[in-house]
Design a protein around this ligand. Sequence first.
Ligand code: UDP
Length: 457
Amino acid sequence: MEKSQSHIVIFPLPLQGHIKPLLCLAELLCDAGLHVTFVNTRHNHNRLADLPALSAHFPTLHFESILDGLPDDHPRTLSSELLIALKTSIKPHFKELLQPSLKPNGCALPPPTCIITYGLATFAFDVAEELGLPILSYNVACAPYLWTCLCLPNLIEQGQLPFPDDNMDVEITGVPGMEGLLQRVDLPGFCRTQKRDLALILDTINELDAPCLSHMANMFPKIYTLGPLHSLLHSQIGDVSRSLASHGGLWKVDPNCMIWLDSQPTKSVLYVSFGTLVTLTRTQIIEFWYGLVNSGHPFLWVVQSEITLGLDGDQIPMELEIGTKEKGYIVNWVSQEEVLSHKSMGGFLTHSGWNSTLESIVAGIPMICWPNLWDHYIISRTFSEKWKVDFRLKENCDRKDIETMIRMLMEFKRGEIQSSMDAISKVARDSVAKGGSSNHNLEMLIQDIRYMHARPE
Ligand code: UDP
């Protein structure tokens, strides 16, 4: 067998159905003399009993493990927590692992040649890009299923989707290579609803998303855009003190932050919150903190205690403590709608969560965005490029970038961004007022639901 300089790093999603086939692939590659580093989460690594035996059979098969940052008793099923762990906890360790290193037995491994992983492990694609390494995407689904999914747009164009009736045994044509095989019942579950029943409720504003919505109308004959829902609720019930939705949160509100806001000048405060799912590393917290303090603008920062884990009091630089005492207020949880509509509010540094974005638009507060997960990137792209109501920070921003962006928002470009925000905020408020699109769609939805109830079986 030829001694190889090729070294493949394999990362399966931490699930049984991913580990097994990729371990098979790893052994096949090692059997051909290639080096493979198989990376598991520490939790799964400790559960795989035969690792020492495998290593003896395949001397070029190496195992590494990474902490996933989840609590010991976490069930570790495919969940948003697991996907978030991939990005926040696993990514930095994975990157570190790809640096050339000596094995514990002293033998040097060739530097990584490429990565093999599942398409959902987007962090690995980022790392590959950063290190200039080729990456091969492994897909657990069978090829006909993947191909059928890729052909769904053709089926919509051909009028085969949505199904015009409830007969599930009708043959599906239009998936080349699957002729004579495929029936309606075999398509992914979300295809099963019949045309007349396909309705979609969205927390968005018709006028903002019209270009996408007009295409989506081919798939969903009924689309009820009811956004911004929180504002529609206010316009319908008037007295917001009656609304649990506006006040009810999963954490306890700190009432003192409103007293602090009352003491700040009009439009002077930057509100900072990255929502409830994004977690920051210690370095990121420190960089944001310096950016805020160095900008010289007052700030109200929601820092959930979970994200400060590992940040001991004695690790906080003195100038940050002093700067925060002078100009800032750090809080565990606020009533965000109330904060955003306070007269002292000047800007919002956000992760571009959809709820936060809509709340900021309704309140007319321009944003700085630091997108982090899922739809945050597209939300931030639309609102920075198309509507020009946010400035976007790059993912690896440092204290200087953050300070500059805050000054842009609160000082140099204030007028420009505020007038774009005023325009879009008016669109949002008009949509929920009597005669507006969301207001009208709510009436339609209620009417259609009443009709469903009244419809004979
Ligand atoms: N929120 C709040 N108080 C806080 C921080 C957040 O009420 O201190 C609310 C905020 O108003 C929004 C929600 O939490 O309605 C966050 O939703 P979003 O979609 O913006 O982000 P996610 O947490 O889902 O990432």
